[in-house]
Design a protein. Structure first.
Length: 261
């Protein structure tokens, strides 16, 4: 599918361009999240690593676009966009819903004959094969807002503003529907290394559920348990940045194969 540079820029934000970076890190937000959540990551990793923040439809400057409410649809669309960034190795970082999108995106990269990601960083999400009976996408607006407050990570003032809520809840509900109706394909595994991060007090992910990411790759896998709840990564950013820097330090810059807009 032919895509214009403008279309690619809808999906991908480069907050800190790093033209000499040896590797790019594709950052995939949580349910209700946006690319700007990863601005501090971009700032911290440049210039050695260039961060690409993915902006899903239905939020912020894409709020007039209908949200995509399936992991399959999101991963498929993001794959097409990432074809424009094939001139250097890609790593993937996803938080919560973004971790599942990262996993499915890596599978699709293999199916498309693209180079495997050099690393998958899966944050704040149980392994693809671990399910719970979640139904947040079907609850009332009030209960959905209560869930967001419980998990943290959302601006309290925003959650108290009825006009803003009316604008953002459809995208949040669509995201929850995507991740809660997701089912992985048994038997498939990645080849790339996986580092999973989890908070030791995350009500949505147990340490055992996070450790199970190791079952989804033939490569090395590691679990880092950090202090905090579901959005532990906000307070533990320095520890995560250090780990990602360490894991990506040995990535060699490959020759250009074209496609960068």
């Amino acid at each position: 599918m032919h895509q214009t540079a403008e279309h690619v820029e809808q999906w991908v934000r480069r907050f800190q361009p790093a033209p000499d970076a040896r590797v790019r890190l594709v950052c995939l937000p949580h349910a209700g999240g946006s690319a700007s959540f990863f601005f501090p990551v971009a700032k911290a990793l440049a210039p050695a690593v260039e961060v690409l923040g993915v902006q899903y439809p239905g939020r912020q400057d894409r709020r007039h676009e209908p949200p995509l409410d399936s992991i399959d649809a999101l991963a498929g669309r993001i794959l097409e966009v990432l074809r424009h960034f094939d001139d250097r190795p890609l790593a993937l970082l996803g938080h919560s819903m973004g971790a599942i999108i990262g996993y499915e995106l890596a599978l699709r990269m293999a199916d498309a004959g693209l180079p495997a990601p050099v690393h998958l960083f899966a944050s704040g999400r149980r392994a693809p094969s671990r399910y719970r009976d979640d139904d947040v996408h079907d609850v009332s607006d009030d209960r959905l807002v209560a869930e967001l407050r419980k998990l943290g990570g959302s601006d309290a003032a925003m959650l108290a503003d009825p006009e803003l809520l009316e604008m953002i809840l459809p995208a949040i509900r669509g995201d929850y529907r995507a991740v809660e109706t997701y089912r992985h394909e048994p038997g498939r595994k990645l080849d790339c290394p996986i580092t999973a991060f989890t908070g030791d007090r995350d009500p949505r992910v147990s340490v055992a559920e996070a450790r199970a990411w190791a079952e989804h790759t033939t490569g090395p896998a590691e679990l880092r348990v950090l202090p905090g709840g579901h959005f532990f990564l906000v307070d533990q950013a320095a520890a995560m940045i250090a780990t990602m820097t360490e894991k990506l330090a040995g990535v060699a810059l490959t020759g250009s194969t074209g496609g960068n807009p």
